[in-house]
Design a protein around this ligand. Structure first.
Ligand SMILES: [Zn+2]
Length: 205
């Protein structure tokens, strides 16, 4: 065999091993659920949180809120004080993944949660796509465009987790610190990044 062929072959083997390893790394463990008396416990809670690379208390708060139970984190286990209906923890967990982890562009779970413009953004490590956390998948795309340094009349339709106003303009989510839900405001667009923008509140109308 020629040396060049051999090195090509070696490359192919290496890349196929790498791909397999990446896939393996992002297999998210299924919640292992047990009951102890009146407690329901996710045994491998910490393991899951580590794989999806999210803040432990963020995942905890999301899950606990779904059931109206109190709970605790202890030794890497999540403990519910009560019994959520069968299958509901798995469902809630899938909902968490859809909302806070999965990339909308490529479906990958290898993402990170970062902060930009006081807003939380999910960035995909595989394809580079970004989305603001509060945005839903069904963003209505339209011809409406906004430009930096121009002013617009917008209606504040929602608030983000920091209490900043949010308005959707075309396919852009405008974040407006200081604006309240339901207000009609004049906003000057400061910066635009992909599908979200920072708006400066000029006046309330
Ligand atoms: Zn992606």
């Amino acid at each position: 065999m020629e040396e060049r062929d051999y090195s090509e072959m070696l490359k192919k083997v290496k890349s196929s091993v790498q791909k397999r390893e990446e896939k393996k790394r992002f297999q998210i463990p299924k919640p292992e659920i047990i009951t102890e008396g009146k407690l329901t416990i996710i045994k491998n809670f910490k393991e899951i949180v580590d794989v999806i690379n999210r803040d432990e208390s963020h995942v905890y708060k999301f899950l606990i809120k779904q059931f109206g139970l109190s709970g605790d984190i202890s030794d890497g286990r999540l403990i519910f004080k009560g019994k959520p209906p069968e299958g509901s923890i798995e469902k809630a967990f899938q909902e968490y993944l859809r909302t806070y982890v999965q990339c909308y562009e490529c479906g990958n779970y290898d993402t990170e949660m970062i902060r930009e413009f006081r807003n939380e953004v999910i960035r995909c490590k595989a394809c580079g796509a970004e989305r603001p956390l509060h945005a839903h998948k069904e963003i209505k795309y339209s011809e409406e465009k906004i430009e930096e340094r121009k002013t617009y009349e917008l209606e504040v339709t929602d608030l983000n987790r920091d209490g900043d106003g949010i308005s959707i303009k075309g396919d852009i989510t405008v974040i407006i610190p200081g604006a309240k839900k339901g207000q009609k405001v004049t906003v000057r667009i400061d910066r635009i990044r992909k599908n979200y923008a920072l708006g400066i509140l000029v006046k309330k109308n």
